[in-house]
Write a new protein. Sequence first.
Length: 114
Amino acid sequence: MPDSKDFGDYTESRQIIPVKFKGQQGGYNHAMFLNDGPPIYGGRELWALPKKYAQPSLSVDKALIGTLDYGPVRVATGTIGFKHKTIDQASVRASLTERRVSWNSSTIVSKTSL
């Protein structure tokens, strides 16, 4: 995130699981991996997000290539074609205006512990 206002430049990746609760779609933040301490600490302590230290990266060639190294182990590699065809702008606009809620583990725990 080169434009992060409070924490400076860092790289972040997430594993978000699509969920539905009482008919409302959202995303569950299962895991978040960052390569800088302060945004990890802030995410954990201020917002109770499941952040861990790792080395995520995204590079652009003829394809987008994403990798995630956790310690000395490469745990994920993903590729996807890059700019093969024009996106249907109406469907993108509709998806951006659709209301979604994001839950993390602390939100679910706090609601179930009431």
